[in-house]
Design a protein around this ligand. Structure first.
Ligand SMILES: Cc1cc2nc3c(=O)[nH]c(=O)nc-3n(C[C@H](O)[C@H](O)[C@H](O)COP(=O)(O)OP(=O)(O)OC[C@H]3O[C@@H](n4cnc5c(N)ncnc54)[C@H](O)[C@@H]3O)c2cc1C
Length: 343
């Protein structure tokens, strides 16, 4: 059996472990987080990612716990809709549910090692066989194999998000773009409301306090749409996840001798297209299928060929979307153009 060591048992790592041929590979996953995420948040799952979940055999379970997007609009800060596109085929899935169901799909003979991997020694068990970096945007595998120039990049933005135990208010769904700030309201599972916000902030970069960032958000959105103020009034620090946004640099290749990257470790992008977790799933399923059917070297080359360009385009599109959604000086012009386009 060939040895595969996966650092990171999040979305990408679990999906890869679930997809690998259990008779061919001896798989170990290292994960530092002791259980499921404690603050509930939601992820948009686009059709391609749902295709990957179908390959792993868990799409029906995901659909059963997910929420269908509907009544979404792109709005100005006051809440007036510029456009109300019909969003088809996108599911909102709780991150905890996704991780739980991916975890349940991992074969029993995959070894689970608990605890943080601090570095990757040149010899020993981690250096034997293929090492997979599925350890997110601050990847220790990327640092070890791609060097310090590949460290994560800090953006000037903070993101906060949470779920409220109430349905989305009528005519409130969608994304609100203001001056240097955005707010999103979408349906979450079990008839609840998922909300998220982003704006420029010097808080952090590590350990951003939910209470402080929530207080800042209430000030910033105070003059905006009533639906946004309502959501922020109901949000509590305990049910809010706050963090600075980091991205991974463009690496030129996701493969080095003995190592390969998947998910945010490979292409961590700004969250404005809602694609990072989706691409992590597609990476994992693509890599698993290639490793299951081809010699390792050929599988890695083909994985790089299939995934590098597409994720590079998404990173660029995502960062362009961030600049547009969080425009400051260009905001009046952006709003005028969007109003014209809507007509
Ligand atoms: C505000 C926000 C909203 C988003 N919304 C969406 C959305 O709607 N749709 C979407 O598709 N994506 C979305 N994303 C992006 C998505 O969260 C990420 O792309 C996704 O989590 C990447 O999955 P991953 O498994 O690659 O990395 P991660 O989720 O970061 O998982 C990495 C795992 O590795 C573990 N780990 C890390 N380092 C070590 C170590 N040294 N030793 C052991 N374990 C380690 C971590 O504990 C973690 O479990 C959003 C992101 C943000 C910030």
């Amino acid at each position: 059996m060939e040895a595969i060591t996966i650092i990171g048992g999040g979305i990408a790592g679990l999906a890869l472990a679930a997809g690998l041929d259990r008779d061919r590979f001896d798989v170990t996953i290292h994960e530092q987080r002791p259980g499921l995420p404690t603050v509930e948040t939601s992820l948009a799952m686009w059709p391609e990612a749902q295709g990957s979940l179908a390959v792993l055999g868990i799409l029906p379970e995901i659909r059963a716990v997910g929420a269908t997007f509907g009544g979404m609009a792109l709005r100005d800060a006051a809440g007036d809709a510029w456009v109300s596109p019909e969003v088809r085929g996108v599911l909102g899935v709780s991150r905890a549910d996704l991780i739980r169901l991916l975890g349940a799909a991992v074969p029993r003979n995959v070894r689970r090692a608990e605890g943080k991997v601090d570095d990757i020694p040149a010899t020993g068990p981690l250096a034997a066989g293929l090492l997979v970096g599925a350890d997110g945007v601050h990847s220790v595998v990327r640092r070890a194999f791609w060097g310090p120039k590949a460290n994560a990049r800090l953006t000037p933005y903070v993101a906060l998000r949470g779920i409220l135990p109430v349905p989305v208010e009528a005519n409130a769904g969608g994304e609100y773009w203001g001056r240097g700030q955005l707010f999103g309201i979408t349906p979450a599972s079990s008839g609840r409301t998922y909300w998220y916000a982003s704006f420029r902030s010097e808080l952090g970069p590590a350990g951003v306090g939910a209470a402080e960032v929530l207080a800042r958000a209430r000030e910033r959105f105070d003059a905006g749409a009533p639906a946004v103020r309502n959501v922020l009034e109901q949000a509590t620090p305990e049910s809010t996840l706050a963090q600075r946004i980091w991205t991974a640099p463009d690496l030129g290749s996701f493969v080095r001798p003995g190592a390969v990257l998947v998910g945010d470790a490979a292409h961590g992008m700004t969250p404005n297209l809602g694609r990072g977790a989706c691409e992590a799933l597609v990476d994992a399923v693509t890599l698993a299928e290639l490793l299951n059917t081809r010699p390792v070297g050929e599988a890695l080359r083909e994985y790089n060929r299939q995934r590098l360009l597409r994720t590079r385009l998404l990173r660029v599109a995502s960062s362009a979307m961030t600049r547009l959604a969080l425009a400051e000086r260009a905001q009046p012009l952006r709003d005028r153009l969007l109003r014209l386009a809507a007509r």
